[in-house]
Design a protein around this ligand. Sequence first.
Ligand SMILES: C[S@@+](CC[C@H](N)C(=O)[O-])C[C@H]1O[C@@H](n2cnc3c(N)ncnc32)[C@H](O)[C@@H]1O
Length: 248
Amino acid sequence: MIPKLFRDNWRAVKKRITYRRLANHWFTAQEIRSLIQAVRPYTMVGFDGLANVFELASAVIDNKIPGDFVECGVWRGGCSAILAQVAVKCDQHRRTHLFDSFEGLPEPVGADGVEAATHSSGKTDGKLVPIGFCAAPYEVAARLLFDVLKLPTDRVVVHRGWFQETLPSARDSVGPIALLRLDGDWYESTKVVLENLYDSVVPGGYVVIDDYGVWEGCRRAVDEFIEKREIETPLTKVDDDVYYLRKN
Ligand SMILES: C[S@@+](CC[C@H](N)C(=O)[O-])C[C@H]1O[C@@H](n2cnc3c(N)ncnc32)[C@H](O)[C@@H]1O
């Protein structure tokens, strides 16, 4: 059994190493630390997942990959805020699009499995009604983005509503995507994002799937899409939850 003090020290050292590794032309290690600390109360994504968002967004800028940043599944806005902050600090035009009901998850379906159904009182009809799980009002994300981080409102585009209703009409106005982050947990929420936005991700761009390691419906939607589209690029594991692929 490793003593707690030793574990905590090791985590702190690991974080310091990560901040130094991520430091780049635009952000010092201290600025990255401050950004990640500022968003922590506004996200359920763990440290490695947040470091990954920062790293991939920076790689997009470094490699001059065209396109906007998109997160589908925003909750309190912590992860989206990292994307938006990198876009604003490093680039003149790149926008960040946020898609969410801001009412929480809808009903799951059978493909989401038994654990998902425990959050919806056993209902698995996939109805687009809030089940009272993972809900955060838009105002919480807006506070982080516009009050705490003071991001310009014209660089952050908010698409409120169910993905199934907002994505089909928004996908043309969003245009090319450099980084697409999926964090909608359920089978249908993952499938609809892939069907509407995967083709807008440019070659060299990234698709990050937050829940691939944790929710069986999400994993199934991704695996089915990969098989149907004969995608050969392997998924890279970030931590127990998060995986990503770089589009060829
Ligand atoms: C796990 S949370 C997102 C976590 C967030 N990325 C973070 O940084 O902590 C899942 C979010 O997806 C949203 N969501 C899931 N399915 C959706 C759908 N079909 N339409 C709209 N929003 C959806 C929920 O409202 C919730 O805010």
